[in-house]
Design a protein around this ligand. Sequence first.
Ligand SMILES: [Mg+2]
Length: 259
Amino acid sequence: MKGFLIDLDGTLYRGHEPIPHAAAFIQWLQRHQMPFLLVTNNSSRTPEQVAEHLLAFGIEVPPAAIYTSSQAAAQYLTEQRGGNRVHIVGEAGLRIALAAAGFASDETTPDYVVQGIDRSFSYEKLTEAVRHVKQGATYVLTNPDRMLPSDGGLMPGAGSLAAAITAASGVEPVVIGKPSPIIMAYATERLGLPPADVWVIGDNVHTDIRGGAVSGCRTALVLTGVATADNVHEQVASAGVTPDLICSDLQHFMDQFKA
Ligand SMILES: [Mg+2]
């Protein structure tokens, strides 16, 4: 039995654009009853919102098949047992995941500052987050992505906001999302399989492939997002990690997997 941890943006779709063979790939997994989770560093959406977004591409999965960096952050905080008061810098997906896990917002003496992407980030939010971290709150970052693909080109991600908080506070965050082994360990645990029986599939060598490799999973890079046929050698060289398979797209992966 093999399991699969599959990236979303750049692997199953690009923003609002479908990626060829993505829907067929998910149907192939479902037909063969191969366990999989769609694992995303994006902390802004809930699993229900992600499932809804996927429907537009003909991909039908239950919310339980989706695992976000916000859910992983909530799981990490739960396991730490370091208190249940949080100061959140982020969007709905992060707020909902933390509330569902029993964490309460506290603006005076939080145990944690939990930060994800926040598209209404401001000088005031930066000041508050830094003040809490300097006063001893543990700083947790959902994902380290500095830039994100969007329909209008690249835009700053959670990692860029984190760079400001770290510069001002002098404190490095605990990173949850890919390539952190934290989210990979939780995701493989959810599949119920040892890492050696899990394939990590994604378009980003620095996050998906590195995260899979450091966790002992097998890795497949698809050239449909951040990595492309034109830049793959440069991407692999700069990340310093080599995928087990390099596939032009998910059809190519299915062909090689069957072979
Ligand atoms: Mg991606």
